[in-house]
Structures are given as structure tokens and as C-alpha cells.
Design a protein. Structure first.
Length: 278
């Protein structure tokens, strides 16, 4: 075992030994099961677009959020108990028909056996996600592909037509705001910006939520769409906004591919942080 893998293993043990010791036992069993995979029902692009036209919000749950659920910290966000509560509520309450939001999961990996993911040196990343799906996620609802907006042209094909008929609020870092402005998005859409920290944005969750809602005219919520690229805080923001009938879309790093050369699609298949401790 290399030093990076050892550090990741020690981190896993340290954060779960007392809070959730059963998780470590299940992790060891699943790690040894080379055929372990999940059967997840994913919606087609046509079904997704139809759901968006009906007013669904989008919340992506990937490996970072699962790390936070299992008491870990990630590069973009240190562990926060309140954020963990939000993430669990989003998952446990989910039904694609009755929830005001859809959940996105990694379609590329959940159905693959451990042996295939291990061959890509990504088992440490996706095994906890498979385990979390088995343990927490409802099995009957449909999910969308969480990597959708990493793919070239996805924003333009899936969201832009909807956004053109709404006022758009983009919540992201100052760096991303500058990047998006250079693409000329303001000439294509009626867009306002809310700045958030590049990391640990959930620490300012209530302030960000208040800024977003202050830009929305009471009684005219349906005229707005909120784009979120604020790290894991995006999930809690989308959940709270959806409860207020404000539709929002969690783009994550997909914001980097909006009307720009796509430099992130490769990360679906080969993550740049493989081997890095959580």
C-alpha cells in the first residue's frame, strides 16, 4: 500500500471508528467483493428534459458528498454536522415523482463491479458511493447522471433553452464569475451573480441563501432559475430553494464547461485526485 492510500485508509478509520464502527466492517467486506455493484435506475435524457420542463430542481450527489456523510472533509468543504443533516435529508426524502428535485448519481460507476473500478485505481472513490446507495438511497426512484454537466454541450442541450425564458441567478466563486463573464453568458441570458467563497462556502450558507432570495420578487418565483456552483453547499441551497418553489440546478464544476472548451470531461473517466487522502 502506497503512502497516499495508507493515509486515506487511516482517515477512513479515524473518522468512523467511534461514530459508525459498523461502517468499517461493511467497508472491509465490500472491498473484498470483486463483483460488488449496484442496480440503479437512471432516466434518459428525454425523461430528464421533460422533468425539467415540469419544474424539477437538480441536486448531484457524488463522492465528495458521501465523504461528508461519513464524517469526512474534502478539498472544497470541511465537515459540518448541519451540512451532513441536509445531505441525508435530501437522500432519505427522495422520490423522483413527488420531490421538487431530482438526484444525480455517477451512472458511469455504480453499476460497475469493484474489479473494473479497481483497475482504474478509483475504488477508494466509488466504493463508498456504492455502499451509501445500498444503505441510504431509495431504490425505486429514477436518478439522473451526476456527471451530465461535465460532458461537452450538455448545458446548451439540456438547460439553456429553459434558462432563456427565465431570469437567472448564478451562485459561485468570484473566479468562476469572472470566467463566465468572459464567455459572454450575459449576452445570452438575463443573469445576476451571487458570490460565494471558493471553499467552505457552507460556512456562509444562511447569508448566501438570503442573498439569493433577496433577488427574487415575491410571488414571481416561477420566473427565476438559480444555477449553483458553490461546492457541497449547492446541495443544501438547492434543497432549501426547492422548498420555497424556487427552481435551481446544481452544476458543480460543470460551470467550467459552459460555452468554453471542455477541460473537465476526462475527469469522469480518470479523476485527477486519485490516490489523494480525503
Amino acid at each position: 500500500m502506497g503512502m497516499k492510500s495508507l493515509a486515506a485508509a487511516l482517515s477512513l478509520v479515524r473518522r468512523n471508528l467511534f461514530k459508525d464502527p459498523g461502517y468499517l466492517f461493511r467497508y472491509a467486506l465490500r472491498y473484498l467483493d470483486q463483483d460488488y455493484r449496484m442496480s440503479v435506475k437512471f432516466m434518459s435524457t428525454k425523461e430528464l428534459v421533460s422533468s425539467l420542463e415540469q419544474g424539477k430542481s437538480l441536486i448531484r450527489i457524488n463522492d465528495g458528498e458521501i465523504c461528508l456523510i461519513t464524517y469526512g472533509s474534502i478539498h472544497y468543504q470541511k465537515f459540518h454536522p448541519r451540512l451532513r443533516e441536509y445531505l441525508l435529508k435530501i437522500v432519505l426524502d427522495y422520490d423522483h415523482q413527488t420531490s421538487p428535485y431530482l438526484i444525480g448519481l455517477a451512472e458511469e460507476y455504480l453499476g460497475k463491479p469493484n474489479r473494473e473500478i479497481k483497475a482504474k485505481q478509483m475504488l477508494r472513490i466509488w466504493l463508498p458511493v456504492k455502499m451509501a446507495f445500498e444503505r441510504f438511497f431509495p431504490k425505486n426512484p429514477l436518478y439522473f447522471d451526476a456527471h451530465l454537466f461535465y460532458r461537452s454541450g450538455a448545458f446548451e442541450q439540456v438547460l439553456e433553452r429553459i434558462l432563456q425564458s427565465h431570469r437567472v441567478i448564478l451562485v459561485t466563486s468570484e473566479e468562476n464569475i469572472g470566467m463566465v463573464k468572459k464567455t459572454g453568458l450575459e449576452q445570452r441570458l438575463e443573469v445576476s451573480f451571487v458570490s460565494c467563497p471558493a471553499s467552505n462556502s457552507f460556512d456562509q450558507f444562511d447569508e448566501i441563501l438570503e442573498q439569493v432570495t433577496s433577488l427574487i420578487e415575491p410571488g414571481r418565483e416561477k420566473n427565476y432559475r438559480v444555477l449553483l456552483a458553490a461546492g457541497p453547499a449547492s446541495k443544501a441551497l438547492a434543497y432549501e430553494l426547492s422548498k420555497r418553489k424556487i427552481i435551481s440546478y446544481d452544476l458543480g464544476r460543470g460551470v467550467e464547461a459552459v460555452h468554453r472548451p471542455n477541460q473537465i470531461e476526462h475527469e469522469i473517466y480518470q479523476r485527477s485526485d486519485v490516490g489523494q487522502p480525503s
